[in-house]
Design a protein around this ligand. Structure first.
Ligand SMILES: [Zn+2]
Ligand SMILES: [Zn+2]
Length: 487
């Protein structure tokens, strides 16, 4: 927990609690300022809830989030933010800034949907449009909560005439497109003192967790087509190459560190059984908590691909899709978020929301799930390594970064599911989004008014980075894969 903090008195002078006596009236004034901030957020919650519902309805996949990005930009522009568009050669990436000077506080916002997860906001499986994308990761809430917080902080800075810069980062294509890696490469996070992000989830929790580094690529094999019955000896099967490679990778699983994760799909395997396939493709992910270890595992996966080509007399090409680092957590920032999450409180359901939640919980396994009602509190801060990967991780190597979850899903709801899409379009999701926005806004205000907090976050960041190099595994000349979702 945070043991020392600075508070702002009503005359906008920083008073260090440890060095000076602070009058009770000064503390009360600071608290009243925050109470007022929270009250104003309650008044605007419906407006931002409406924006999140619209982005949920747009449901645009990675790098194609034009309407979602435009809606957030217009909201921030109307609030007085200066917008830098087309960042890192990504049409839907942008940076919205307000204010000037130090500190510079960045808040990340995502807004991409997932393929094939279309779902109505009801507690039974029913697609809005069969096979269409849906917000199964709740990024419609992610982007809007972060913009809501940034606009609130801007009003606070303006109202109190305080120095400092608040930035909203519009970060596309988190789901497999690694948009933030390209934005990091363009240097847009370099001058930030602190960066905050959150993520929709089934619990309210600050985090000290790291995440899995991840490399993904499409391996393409080119063979020779021939009639599969009349002239099989003339053919060289690219599908055979995929199968040799996948078998080699499956055998390799036993001989990699147990914390490794490898998964793949076969995206193309030929046109018809009576034609020897001259083209086949396998889309491969590998993950590990440590990037240098993952490098070694990945090099062996490439050997499996080469073996596939060698054995089948086909040609192999590897197209790297994405690579993200493991996340660097930050203890002072996690403690700050935890404090503010507890102040904001969790999500309280109405009778109708309770009925939705009970019905939804009948549709998935409750093994290990938090009980209904847990969404009303904050969970304990946990360390360790999460089983996910995120491009927020690359940002965490640029500046002190923290990420937390808010309970936008009914407790127990699996991510990337029709159930999480349903919650993300429901009032339950919008309530969790407001918890996230309030926590971000309070934390940004604390950071702006307490230089010691920023120093502590920087010291922790320097300690965790010491002895490690950050070097993205995406080649320097590779452009963002703007069409990676195209079939
Ligand atoms: Zn996701
Ligand atoms: Zn996500």
């Amino acid at each position: 927990m945070i043991t020392r903090r600075f508070l702002l008195c009503c005359f906008a002078i920083l008073l260090p609690l440890g060095n000076l006596q602070i009058s009770t009236s000064a503390i009360n004034a600071a608290d009243e300022g925050r109470d007022e901030l929270l009250r104003k957020m309650d008044e605007r919650a419906d407006h931002f809830g409406g924006l999140s519902r619209r982005i949920w309805e747009f449901a645009e996949v990675g790098y194609k989030e034009k309407q979602s990005s435009d809606l957030l930009k217009s909201e921030l522009r109307a609030a007085g933010f200066e917008i830098r568009e087309n960042v890192a050669e990504i049409p839907t990436a942008f940076v919205a800034s307000y204010g000037g000077g130090k500190p510079v506080i960045g808040i990340l916002g995502e807004f991409d949907a997932l393929p094939e997860l279309s779902q109505d906001s009801i507690p039974e499986k029913k697609a809005l449009a069969a096979g269409a994308p849906g917000h199964g990761c709740g990024h419609n809430l992610f982007g809007v909560a972060s913009a809501f917080a940034a606009i609130t902080v801007k009003d606070y800075l303006m109202g109190k005439n305080l120095p400092g810069t608040i930035r909203f980062y519009g970060t596309p294509a988190e789901e497999g497109g690694a948009g933030k890696v390209y934005m990091a490469r363009a240097g847009v996070f370099n001058d930030c003192d602190v960066i905050m992000a959150w993520h929709p989830g089934d619990a309210n929790s600050a985090s000290l967790k790291s995440s899995l580094a991840n490399i993904s690529a499409k391996f393409r094999f080119y063979g020779q087509a021939a009639h599969a019955a009349a002239a099989p000896d003339k053919g060289r099967s690219s599908l055979d190459a995929v199968m040799v490679m996948s078998h080699a990778v499956d055998l390799m699983r036993e001989h990699v560190p147990s914390t490794t994760r490898i998964h793949y799909i076969i995206t193309q395997g030929g046109g018809a059984p009576n034609i020897v396939p001259d083209f086949a493709e396998i889309y491969m992910y590998a993950r590990h908590p440590n990037m240098p270890t993952l490098d070694g595992i990945w090099a062996r996966i490439v050997k499996c691909a080469e073996a596939g080509a060698l054995a089948t007399e086909t040609r192999m090409e590897m197209a790297l899709v994405a690579s993200v680092y493991n996340e660097l957590p930050n203890e002072p920032l996690a403690n700050l978020i935890d404090k503010n999450l507890r102040r904001v409180g969790g999500v309280k359901y109405t009778a109708e929301e309770q009925a939705f939640a009970e019905k939804l919980r009948q549709t998935f396994s409750l093994d290990g799930a938090l009980p209904l009602g847990s969404q009303e509190q904050a969970q304990q801060v946990e360390g360790g390594v999460s089983s996910a990967s995120t491009d927020v991780s690359d940002v965490s190597w640029m500046a002190p970064t923290t990420e937390f979850t808010a309970a936008t899903y009914v407790p127990g709801t699996p991510g990337h599911s029709w159930q999480s899409t349903a919650c993300s379009g429901h009032s339950i999701g919008r309530k969790g989004m407001v918890v996230a926005a309030k926590t971000l806004a309070l934390s940004a205000v604390d950071l702006i008014q307490d230089a010691k907090l920023i120093e502590a976050a920087r010291a922790d960041f320097n300690k965790r980075r010491a002895g490690h190099d950050y070097r993205s595994r995406i080649p320097a000349n590779q452009k963002p894969p703007l069409n990676y979702r195209d079939k």
